[in-house]
Design a binder for this molecule. Structure first.
Ligand SMILES: Cc1cc2nc3c(=O)[nH]c(=O)nc-3n(C[C@H](O)[C@H](O)[C@H](O)COP(=O)(O)O)c2cc1C
Length: 197
């Protein structure tokens, strides 16, 4: 087990914005969603927008688990949908993604407002397996597309939709089966949410 600030480098949480899957829990239900942990010089914090389960749970409980994973599919899936319980396990009694490469528990000082800018305190964490792989442009773009999809659905700006179409073409060319499936599922959800609201 790794503890405190020394854990950050080991967990792969480095200078810049670290995209992780936050797992939180409320009323016996585990929630997973992508968030960015911002590490800059001596500061470590998150920006959480009102209206998400993650915002509610962090505000209520004051903690989240950051799951470190290279699996772009999970980013696309959790950006717009909930994950079923089969994707989670418990480590040290905390909700962790079964396929996480590492996880870290963070305390988050949160005060209710339109946006929580919460300072983080690393409590403990664990490296489960070290993943290494070649860069895949398709996988990187699935993460970008997940961001664009959440923004498109929130703001309905056409330029986000155009970006999604462009990214889909590159993902089809550069991604593997899993990345292509992730993007197809994302676009299906964008379509159905667009028609729902
Ligand atoms: C790569 C990525 C990074 C994101 N980072 C943040 C973030 O830092 N803060 C935030 O409030 N939302 C962020 N989002 C958007 C949330 O994940 C999205 O609103 C999600 O639907 C929230 O799910 P929830 O309601 O289950 O918490 C990000 C999305 C992606 C794909």
């Amino acid at each position: 087990m790794l503890y405190g600030n020394e854990a950050l480098d080991e967990l792969g949480i480095l200078d810049g914005i670290n995209e992780v899957i936050a797992t939180t829990e409320a009323n016996g239900r585990i929630n997973a969603a992508p968030i960015g942990i911002i590490r800059s010089e001596n500061r470590l914090y998150v920006r959480l927008f009102l209206g998400t389960h993650t915002y509610e749970n962090v505000l209520a409980k004051g903690w989240f688990v950051a799951n470190i994973t290279h699996d772009a599919w999970i980013f696309a899936e959790t950006a717009l949908e909930d994950l079923s319980p089969k994707y989670f396990t418990r480590r040290e009694d905390l909700p962790v993604l079964k396929d996480a490469e590492a996880w870290g528990l963070f305390e988050c000082q949160a005060f209710a407002s339109d946006i929580i800018i919460g300072d983080l305190k690393p409590i403990k964490g664990e490296v489960i397996r070290r993943d290494f792989r070649a860069i895949n442009r398709g996988a990187n773009l699935v993460i970008e597309a997940s961001v664009a999809a959440t923004r498109y659905l929130a703001l309905r700006t056409d330029s986000y939709f155009e970006e999604l179409m462009k990214m889909q073409r590159i993902i089809d060319r550069c991604g593997g089966l899993r990345e292509r499936e992730a993007m197809d599922r994302l676009m299906d959800r964008v379509d159905s949410f667009t028609h729902m609201r």
